[in-house]
Design a protein around this ligand. Structure first.
Ligand code: GLC
Length: 725
């Protein structure tokens, strides 16, 4: 029987309870579960879950792992339920399974989508070996306010970078063949504009211009769907007063009408239940009706669909054909990934045993770690450090820490394999006697005698490496912060150690941009190390000792102070832009100019690069033509290094004011000392297009500034004109 016929035949035979069962996701209490992630499970024990499966009342389970017990669940579904519809098994596998990779924001700093595709592929191999078919990832939210905690799960503040990483992660998770046993269904989330919550406060409301929604927050989702993503997750927030999870314009108008997306929409956790708290639904039944009729196919955790859809259909408020359409989407998803033909796919205990530790993934984790590191500052060439003949004091609450290595949203990491900073540094240096290791303080609290011990170690050393940052619980879901600063106890440690006058290298562990101050800000060197996952210690040591020349660039702007949030590089010019010559009555703060401490795209190398002026194929771009931009880049330093060459544009005059700069392309190149290369970008008017006041996506003729440079604040522009039709 043809696949489509099989699905139609099933739908024709399904009872309404069986249909609704396909539209719910239940916590997988049969297998080892991640209760700290989703505590309010709607079922409470394995027997209840298996009975629900037996009665055909649950088609999806999430956040349990294990192939053996997965087979047990599937066997009940296939052999004991009336119609034998396979269950699909999901989990939040965001940036690694047993092998943990850098948080997505850290990987975005590599400016290497291909790297993210590789780590997503490795993640998929491990996750499917552990009995999973479907991950609730990638998070593709654009985050422009660093007070929000979930920027850590995305690719930062820029839409072009975000779209590139969204597509790469989808390709990595799903692979070439969705029926392969190591293909993991991707779920771009959180649809949509979750990163635009007011004041960066988690779960807050989103008040946004339709054009900003279209031009900033939606493109990464479109890129994910164009890359083949098979499902999508709706978000908790409202959009201009209409909750995304019951937003017909979003879930049906755009997703189905404009984009023709055919996969299922699953709610984030209890987003349908939260319509009541929003004040958008009067009660459970109203919430169910509004969410479902808006286009929400699956309710993840509330149980509302099971409780209320049958009566809504019986009353005619929800047409049966609409219910069938959502059921069809779920059955088609299971069909697409081969579950009807091979229901025990990805449920092979032998494969799981083989995949518990894949050495190649450790190597990949180390490569991803070092490529995600961003060198912000390196005064006096204090870095790289020497592996011998140099006494090093390794100080700070993270130096021996294992609990803050993996970063947020890591549910199944193999903690025994985590490499601490101390382990990585010890492995890199010859003489263990050359290293003193002192915590100095706790993550948030002072330690009795900690500062004295740290100062003594610093005084006895030639150089200090100070490992500071946010406890990993400070980022991720429900972790918005009013002050994006270091904990005071850590700042005090830094001030005391800096007072010794020893050269100081600060390593930051962070899930967002931080507002750096005092001795941290003034340190000779500052290195952003995010949460780098399993191979943290080796990845950082590779950079510290020059075994890898740092190549990361900031995917987010580091502000001067928290009060500047939301700060992002591609902001509008305003009618009173502050110019060097004029600071009175200009768009700035009383205390300081509205400038970043370190801009988007910034990052140093152990070598230097020189940019020639961008050469344009023409000073005018015809309406249907292509412009070629060629730039000569030279490694003018003494070691090989990688440079992230960035293309920015500014549309000088338009029907909506345009950002001061917008990233339109990037290229990471490796150059030997003295080597030059010509980096070529091409663009046409589609790259210049934006959503105008009438809601049309179009370019407008006129003058543009163009930069090919090393960050959002560097380079000199050249001009070109886009000619009209
Ligand atoms: C959480 C998160 C979402 C996650 C889901 C299931 O609340 O918002 O990213 O996939 O619930 O755990």
């Amino acid at each position: 029987m043809a696949a489509a016929d099989r699905i139609e035949s099933l739908i024709a035979r399904m009872t309404i309870d069986e249909k609704v069962g396909q539209l719910g996701v239940f916590a997988d209490m049969v297998r080892p579960f991640a209760p700290d992630v989703n505590p309010e499970a709607n079922v409470h024990n394995a027997g209840e879950v298996l009975q629900q499966v037996r009665e055909g009342r649950v088609g999806s389970l999430f956040n349990g792992v294990g192939a053996e017990l997965g087979r047990k669940i599937q066997k009940v579904a296939i052999e004991e339920s009336r119609l034998g519809i396979p269950v699909i098994l999901a989990a939040d596998v965001i940036h690694g399974m047993r092998t943990v990779f850098p948080i997505p924001l850290g990987e975005a700093a590599s400016f290497e989508p291909a790297l993210a595709e590789r780590t997503a592929r490795a993640t998929a191999i491990e996750a499917t070996a552990a009995g999973l078919h479907w991950t609730y990832a990638p998070a593709v939210d654009i985050a422009r306010d660093q007070r929000w905690g979930r920027g850590a799960e995305g690719a930062g503040e820029d839409v072009v970078l975000g779209a590139a990483f969204a597509a790469a992660r989808v390709r990595g998770f799903q692979g070439e063949d969705p029926t392969a046993h190591d293909s993991l269904v991707a779920t771009p989330k959180h649809f949509a504009a979750y990163g635009a919550v007011a004041a960066g406060m988690e779960y807050s409301s989103v008040d946004i211009a339709p054009q900003t929604l279209r031009d900033v927050h939606l493109p990464p989702f479109k890129a994910a769907f164009d890359a083949g993503a098979l499902s999508v997750m709706s978000s908790f927030n409202d959009i201009n007063g209409v909750p995304a999870s019951a937003n017909h314009e979003l879930l049906t108008g755009i997703l189905r009408g404009e984009w023709k997306f055919a996969g299922p929409v699953v709610s984030d956790y209890t987003a349908d239940m939260e319509l009541i708290a929003h004040g958008y639904a009067a009660d459970e039944r109203d919430a169910t009706k509004k969410a479902f009729l808006a286009g929400l196919d699956l309710s993840m955790q509330s149980g509302f669909y099971a409780a209320h859809l049958p009566s809504l259909v019986e009353s005619g408020e929800v047409p049966m054909e609409w219910l069938d359409q959502s059921v069809r989407r779920m059955l088609e998803l299971k069909q697409r990934i081969g579950l009807f033909d091979d229901p025990y796919r990805s449920l092979d205990p032998a494969r799981e045993a083989d995949a518990t530790h894949i050495p190649a993934h450790d190597m990949l984790s180390r490569e991803a770690a070092r490529r995600s590191v961003v060198l912000l500052k390196n005064h006096g060439g204090v870095l790289p450090l020497k592996t011998s003949e140099q006494k090093i004091a390794l100080i700070g609450p993270f130096v021996q820490d294992r609990e803050n290595i993996e970063g947020c949203w890591t549910l199944f990491g193999d903690k025994a394999r985590y490499v601490t900073l101390e382990s990585g540094v010890r492995a890199a240096i010859g003489d263990p006697g050359a290293l003193a290791v002192v915590a100095g303080c706790g993550l948030e609290e002072a330690l009795e005698g900690g500062i004295d011990a740290a100062v003594a170690a610093a005084q006895a050393a030639d150089v200090v490496v100070l490992a500071l940052g946010e406890p990993q619980r400070f980022s991720g879901e429900a972790q918005s912060r009013t002050e994006i600063t270091l904990p005071p106890a850590q700042q005090a440690l830094a001030e005391a150690v800096a007072a010794t006058g020893k050269p100081m290298v600060v390593l930051l562990r962070n899930g967002r941009a931080l507002a750096l101050s005092g001795a941290v800000r003034d340190a000779a060197a500052i290195v952003v190390t995010w949460y780098l996952g399993t191979q943290t210690g080796h990845g950082v040591a590779d950079v510290l000792f020059g075994h890898y020349n740092p190549s990361g660039r900031l995917p987010i702007s580091f502000p001067q102070v928290s009060g500047q949030q939301p700060y992002f590089y591609n902001h509008l010019r305003t009618g009173r832009p502050e110019l060097p010559s004029m600071t009175e009555y200009k768009a700035r703060w009383r205390e300081l100019p509205n400038e970043p401490l370190y801009p988007f795209g910034h990052g140093l190398s152990y070598t230097t690069f020189e940019y020639g002026a961008p050469q344009l194929s023409s000073a005018a771009l015809g309406w249907d033509d292509t412009l070629t931009i060629t730039t000569h880049i030279t490694n003018t330093g003494g070691v090989a290094g990688e440079e992230v060459v960035q293309l920015y544009l500014h549309d000088r005059v338009a029907s909506r004011v345009r950002p001061v700069r917008e990233l339109k392309g990037f290229r990471k190149i490796l150059l030997a000392p003295g080597e030059s290369a010509e980096v070529v970008f091409t663009l046409d008017r589609r790259v210049l297009a934006f959503t105008n006041p009438n809601g049309e996506f179009a370019a407008e003729p006129g003058l543009f500034d163009l930069w090919v440079c090393a960050s959002a604040k560097s380079g000199e522009p050249v001009q070109f004109e886009l000619r009209g039709e």
